[in-house]
Ligand binder design. Structure first.
Ligand code: ZN
Ligand code: ZN
Length: 340
């Protein structure tokens, strides 16, 4: 496991973005200028090294514990090299002392915005959970089962995590500091919930244990005796379902990318800059080739929830520059008994 967003946020925020070494205290964050982006010149140094044979690495700490806040100290690149080259001078105890002295120094000299720091750490915790449950780092992989093969599939383990995520996001206490980031999460949750419900409407479980997956039911294959009309009707239902699930996954990808943008704007300017935009892969086409697609909303700041419900999506998707199906199907909505 790598260093989490929350740990990263704690480390930088609490140390005032400065090197902890007495007499250094160098500011490790360079604001953006006209010609350059903002740059991070600080390093998240391990007190006990990440590996057993690294500096101060001989320890009973687990791999996870080594990447936690308590075992990290923010340093400039020069002092990171110094403390790693001189592990007998910079012992575990000495580095812990340097870190706690530095935190006191920050309190005294920088009058940090503690409320904002607290809120940022809360958002960072939610972001870590979102990354894990939504499979953000495996996005192209798990969604390729939805977009590939003409028959949307989701592993049962992933489906459960997505269900958990829906509930997790619904139950959060939001700090209300960054309203557009919070709207981005709400928007994502509404689409996620719709995606999960629509997908499961025609799906069946196949496989066992960690290989178990939900696959879209080929309902037209369930005909007991041959009936061309009925076969065509069922086949159209199946096709409509496949397209709708894929169009919802398109909207979900856009919503996830929009969250990433809002995280960069509000909480962490470097978030997923190296990895880039979440992509999807569709195919195979008649030539057996796959296409990689980039999906984003046309604009990147909304002060309302973008998702306007399933009926609106069914109608609106023909206006998207990339979509699978079109048209409304009433069978996805509860019947209105008041009509007659
Ligand atoms: Zn190091
Ligand atoms: Zn330094």
């Amino acid at each position: 496991m790598a260093i989490s967003i929350r740990t990263h946020k704690m480390l930088w925020g609490r140390s005032g973005n400065r090197c902890a070494i007495p007499g250094c205290k160098r500011v490790l964050y360079e604001d953006e200028t006209l010609t350059d982006d903002a740059a991070l010149v600080g390093e998240e140094a391990h007190i006990v090294a990440r590996s057993q044979d690294g500096p101060r690495g001989d320890s009973t700490l687990t791999a996870d514990e080594r990447d936690k806040y308590d075992n990290l100290v923010l340093l400039c690149s020069i002092h990171h090299k110094v403390v790693d080259d001189q592990p007998f001078e910079y012992t575990v105890d000495k580095l812990h002392k340097i870190k706690s002295d530095h935190l006191e120094w920050v309190e005294k000299n920088l009058s940090p915005d503690d409320d904002r720091q607290k809120d940022d750490e809360v958002y960072a915790m939610y972001i870590d959970k979102w990354i894990e449950l939504a499979g953000i780092n495996e996005w192209k992989g798990w969604t390729s089962n939805v977009f590939g093969g003409g028959e949307p599939q989701v592993f049962v383990s992933r489906y459960k995590k997505l269900r958990d995520l829906n509930e997790y996001l619904l139950a959060r206490h939001w700090p209300k500091r960054y309203p557009n980031l919070e709207l981005a999460f709400q928007n994502f949750r509404l689409i996620l919930n719709e995606f999960l419900n629509v997908f499961i409407k025609y799906s069946q479980k196949i496989g066992e244990d960690e290989n178990a997956l939900y696959t879209t039911e080929k309902i037209y294959k369930q005909l007991r005796k041959w009936d061309e009309k009925e076969y065509d009707r069922l086949y159209r239902i199946f096709e409509y379902q496949v397209d709708l699930v894929q169009d919802l996954a398109i909207e979900l990808t856009k919503a996830a990318n929009y969250i990433c943008t809002q995280i960069r704007k509000n909480v962490l300017p470097s978030f997923r800059l190296a990895e880039g935009v979440l992509l999807i892969e569709t195919g195979p086409d008649i030539n057996f080739s796959w296409t990689t697609v980039r999906l984003e909303y046309p604009s990147n700041d909304f002060d309302e929830i973008r998702y306007k419900g399933l009926r609106h999506l069914m109608e609106d998707r023909s206006n998207w520059n990339y979509h699978f199906g079109n048209g409304i199907s009433e069978s996805y909505f509860p019947i209105n008994y008041n009509e007659d």
